[in-house]
Ligand binder design. Structure first.
Ligand code: SF4
Length: 67
């Protein structure tokens, strides 16, 4: 199933956990916050994006299932 990934700028503290766990989907931008490189993911990328969401200390990552 496909998933749409987003990061809430107001909540992200730039810890880098998501970009370490799932560098194909997340990266830290120059302003020190996470940005999403691929918005709609599936398969292994969706799995690691979900792992990153669960590991994010501030709950800044949202994942919405899309069909
Ligand atoms: S894990 Fe959460 S707080 Fe840390 S950089 Fe990623 S989105 Fe931001």
């Amino acid at each position: 199933m496909k998933a749409r990934v987003s990061v809430e700028k107001e909540t992200c503290i730039g810890c880098g956990t998501c970009s370490s766990l799932c560098p194909d989907v997340f990266e830290l931008s120059e302003d020190g916050q996470a940005v999403v490189k691929i918005e709609v993911v599936e398969g292994e990328l969706a799995d690691c994006a979900r792992e990153a969401k669960e590991s994010c200390p501030t709950g800044a990552i949202s994942i919405e299932e899309v069909s």
